[in-house]
Design a protein around this ligand. Structure first.
Ligand SMILES: [Zn+2]
Length: 141
């Protein structure tokens, strides 16, 4: 168990990486799932008030924006191709639609991507979570 985290009922721990990822993607504490992981759009809480896990030690860095850009690009490609084939649509209208959709998708994907990356780092014991991974704590080999 992490030295600075509270002892919790083992049933509250995620049983797999996918369980931890889903909690992070939903914006819940990956360790206990009992409270929110973020206090602002992209700012995680310092410490979970339910399980005491320190989330300030994550190091998600540029990975969440990379994921958001990758997914947005793949989701936007068919839209751009379809709009580009339309001869009736003026270019300024196409650019406006594409830009608005891309910004909306990025805004929608960024927080779940960051939650997932934080959960992944915690589960695997990466970066600041070294020495107290969720995988070891949950007894998963
Ligand atoms: Zn928690």
């Amino acid at each position: 168990m992490p030295s600075d985290a509270l002892q919790i009922d083992p049933a509250m721990l995620p049983r797999s990486l996918s369980g931890a990822l889903m909690r992070g993607i939903k914006g819940k504490c990956p360790r206990c799932g009992g409270t929110h992981l973020f206090r602002k759009l992209l700012k995680p809480i310092d410490r979970c008030r339910m399980c005491g896990q320190n989330w300030s030690i994550h190091s998600a860095d540029d990975f969440p924006p990379y994921i958001a850009i990758l997914l947005t690009g793949h989701l936007m490609a068919p839209v751009i191709i379809t709009l580009g084939q339309s001869e009736a649509l003026p270019q300024w209208a196409m650019m406006t639609i594409v830009l608005a959709m891309a910004l909306a998708l990025l805004a929608a994907i960024l927080q779940p991507a960051k939650g997932g990356v934080i959960a992944l780092q915690w589960w695997l014991g990466l970066q600041g979570f070294a020495g107290h991974s969720g995988k070891v704590e949950a007894g998963v080999s």
